[in-house]
Design a protein around this ligand. Sequence first.
Ligand SMILES: Cc1ncc(C[n+]2csc(CCOP(=O)(O)OP(=O)(O)O)c2C)c(N)n1
Length: 592
Amino acid sequence: MIPMNKKIMLGNEAFARGAYEAGVKVVSSYPGTPSTEVTENAAKYDDIHVEWAPNEKVGVEVAIGASIGGVRSLSCMKHVGLNVAADPFFTAAYTGVTGGAVILVADDNGCHSSQNEQDSRYYGRSAGVPMLEPSNAQECKDYIKLAYEISEKYDTVVLIRSNTRISHSRGLVEQGERIERDRIPYTKNIQKYVAMPAMAKKLHIAQEKRMAQIASDCGGMSFEGAGGNAQKLNTIEMGDPSIGIITSGICYQYVKEAMSDVSILKIGMINPLPKKLIEEFAAKVDKLYVIEEGNPFFEEQIRAMGILLAGGKDLFTIQGEYSANMIRKAFGRPVADITVIDDAPARPPLLCAGCPHRGLFHVLSKLKKTVLGDIGCYTLASLPPTSAMDACLCMGASISMAHGFEKAAGDSKDTVAVLGDSTFFHSGITGLINMSYNGAKGTVIILDNRITGMTGHQQNPATGKNAKGEEAPAVDIATLCRACGVKNIVEVDPFNVKELEETIKTETAREELSVIITKRPCALIVKQPDIPYLVTDKCKNCKMCMKIGCPAIEEKDGRPFIVPDRCVGCGLCAEVCPFDAIEITKDGKEAK
Ligand SMILES: Cc1ncc(C[n+]2csc(CCOP(=O)(O)OP(=O)(O)O)c2C)c(N)n1
């Protein structure tokens, strides 16, 4: 039986618990897999003000403001989110904090749900802030608590680095009490908080000094682990001295599983590195290796210390995730027999049955438009059968790319920008302001499905609810576009295919900037009637219905067939059928 104060938690749930116990008062984040659940779980604690910011930059700025205001704060994001927040982050690394300030960044080794697999560890090093990396759920909780201690002791922002496996694995976590902390009274300090050149030069020197201090202290740093026991942050676990491995985070777990007999230096503070401890460990083992997913972040620094390594990235890849078997193979040890079910049917990512985005991409594909796209569920429309997206770079890029494309092509009639509601607020709006201000032509299509769909239904400024699910003011997208100077704004139901097609034809033909807002809630929030459609005898087998890429439509005996259990009754297939051959069933019986 699990004791009362212990709970099996997701890594991200444990981070939230740690923030709660540390007395955090403000959390401001933008969703992004694999970091999202930290903020969602923090929102369950009444004692914490938790909000979804429109983007990561705002999230970090709110957290820094709360820190200057004297309370502990947190901002969470995925790796690419830190690019967006890099501006406040780098300067906050100079100014330091009043209340403890922690930024949590979750990397996506293996690109499970991201556009790249950049290694965020370089951010800690290049901004000059301490960075911690836990290796299991208990450490997620313990390390974030320690991060607040370090933040306030050394007057610095602290970065916590997680990744998909740490954030999304579960483990037993011992829960403690929340320690309420009095707000640190605000005292004006222009030299510290106004980062103008004269102050920034001094702040930079101060920052270098504190990092040097942390570098000299980190070898012996400890934290309060489960059972209230003090544990070392960076630890040497001596085993067979013929092989020594320096590792951290999830790779520590893989090494323990693959080679429990070897000696390990487990690094908990990944920036700055504990030089003395590394030298001490190197002296104790015959052959020293570094095992780290991603770039040779440790390896290059350790080699630069003048320490001889027997192996690192020459044995392991920079791309993707590692595993215990990968390590066994690299060291010539027998690999464990793992049963891989390789005859499981492939499940390519698809827009859901009833997804409101589907109608739009059907029309764009039919009209052969060049689509400068963006990041959200709708990115899936780039795949067959619609293949209706030509480019996708980063959040918010669609509008600016469409503008640049028009400047190259000299015409905007065959081009549209497509992005979702959350993405529009995140960073699309600045591209629209740019187009409006620079007198651009072009058509921007905003897919307003009333939610941040791709990351699992987080609220956003247009949804009328906040991060705690309470009623909130809703920003009206059309009014906002008008205020940006756009004169032509049309709202349309993306399931009304004929009207949508006409609207796109009219708006793209204009010699002016226009915005089309497709309005229909995500199929997973507002249920369709759930009465399936049926292909009738009128079908001429043109297969137009199959071109919309609905997962409910299959080919059976050479003809389209609507799988009743998958059809949610949205009726898009009936809309696009040129022969009116698809009809709704009365109660679903005819289709069975
Ligand atoms: C800088 C950055 N932050 C966060 C993400 C994670 N992310 C991918 S799509 C998306 C939001 C999509 O929502 P929306 O634009 O409303 O489209 P929907 O998925 O609802 O169609 C988010 C937060 C990201 N890829 N990049």
